[in-house]
Design a protein around this ligand. Structure first.
Ligand code: NAD
Ligand code: ZN
Length: 345
């Protein structure tokens, strides 16, 4: 008899999500079934919940959503070696083709045929999720499951923050969403001198302060140049992490960099952005696009947390999965960091 489970499903094209009974997936050759313990809500899930223009193009209902999770191995498909039942795991959400040029050379973050868990195929907001062995990430028992629940997002932050050297550098982060706040913690941990974060949302700037930033600036009413002077920046920021997707924020970042500064671009906006090419060229800036995570980021983030990086300040809400609508309401309110859903009984 087919086993059934609870899952948070986008049932039809339109706003909202539904808790449904769906079949437990069966691990095929090379696949692993994971019993989900905790999940976290990502901005992508909010796009899907709200059924915005991005979701209308990318999501094909009915499907189970979600891609930030931690759990344990519940079943192993034929041919899987080196894993055993009960091991604590999370999963890399981008399932890659294994044979394009980038996959061949270990740069899976640039795979040209990537398939995303919870976007292009059934996701992890369910009692069980099934993924290929190559995407299974073993997680040490010493790390809190609540933090591992959002390691996918920590991976985005790690990838962006560690793209350029940080030791003794002054860093500007535009956008104090969960990923910007996590990145701020990573930059301080990795040895940056000053970490200054901007947003237009005071609740989120307060969360960033709890993560230990040197200054959290509401650019809707405060002057960033004045804050830079107060923090002892002489020529501008050495490193910029764009994490808002907002064109005004990027413009301000470009204007605030020192000559030769380096910018990592993670934020994805909903409209094209205009850039001041003359300033980019005149200052000799480097701009690097960041997509997803590198597999090595999974090791780095585990080791940073074991080394003392405390990511718990970014957690603001906890709900049982049956209360998922309250979780999405918190995300949509703008007054949230990470929202955790518990899937254990
Ligand atoms: P988020 O939407 O929660 O946070 C973005 C923040 O930017 C918000 O707090 C918002 O108030 C702030 N903001 C808006 N206008 C601003 C301005 N002018 N100046 C400064 N801040 C401003 O997003 P998140 O979940 O933290 O993710 C960060 C960004 O990264 C998003 O754009 C997301 O779409 C993107 N993202 C990209 C990838 C990738 O692979 N490239 C992966 C995950 C997320
Ligand atoms: Zn590939």
């Amino acid at each position: 008899m087919e086993q059934m489970m609870d899952a948070i499903v986008k049932p039809v094209a339109g706003a909202g999500l539904e808790l449904r009974r769906v079949p437990v997936p069966e691990p095929g050759p090379g696949e692993v079934l994971i019993r989900v313990h905790k999940t976290a809500i990502c901005g992508t899930d909010v796009h899907i919940f709200n059924w915005d223009p991005w979701a209308q193009v990318h999501i094909k209902p009915p499907m189970t959503i979600g891609h930030e999770y931690v759990g344990e191995i519940a079943a192993i498909g034929p041919g899987v070696k080196g894993l055993s039942l009960g091991q604590r795991v999370s999963g890399e959400g981008h399932i890659t083709c294994h044979h394009c040029r980038n996959c061949h050379t270990g740069n899976i973050q640039w795979c040209k045929d990537t398939v995303s868990v919870g976007v292009d195929r059934d996701g992890a907001f369910a009692q069980y999720v099934c993924i290929p062995q190559s995407n299974v990430i073993l997680i040490d028992e010493s790390i809190s499951e609540e933090v591992v629940a959002f390691f996918d997002a920590v991976g985005n932050a790690t990838h962006t923050a560690l793209m350029f050297d940080l030791v003794g550098e002054d860093v500007l982060i535009t956008g104090a969403g969960p990923i910007g706040i996590i990145a701020a913690g990573i930059c301080k941990y990795a040895g940056a001198r000053r970490v200054i974060i901007t947003d237009v949302n005071d609740y989120r700037l307060d969360l960033a302060r709890k993560m230990g930033v040197d200054a959290a600036v509401n650019t809707a009413r405060e002057d960033l140049k004045g804050v830079m002077k107060g923090q002892g920046l002489l020529e501008g920021f050495d490193v910029g992490l764009e994490m808002s997707g907002n064109g005004m924020a990027l413009q301000q970042m470009i204007g605030s960099m020192r000559n030769g500064g380096k910018i990592s671009l993670l934020g994805i906006g909903n409209k094209p952005v205009t850039m001041d090419m003359n300033t980019i060229i005149g200052k000799g800036l480097t701009l690097q696009g960041i997509y997803g995570r590198k597999m090595d980021n999974w090791h780095q983030m585990s080791y940073m947390v074991q080394g003392g990086l405390d990511l718990t300040p970014v957690i603001t809400h906890r709900f049982h999965y049956t209360q998922f609508e309250q979780g999405f309401a918190a995300m949509n309110s703008g007054k949230s960091g990470k929202v955790i859903l518990d899937w254990t009984e």
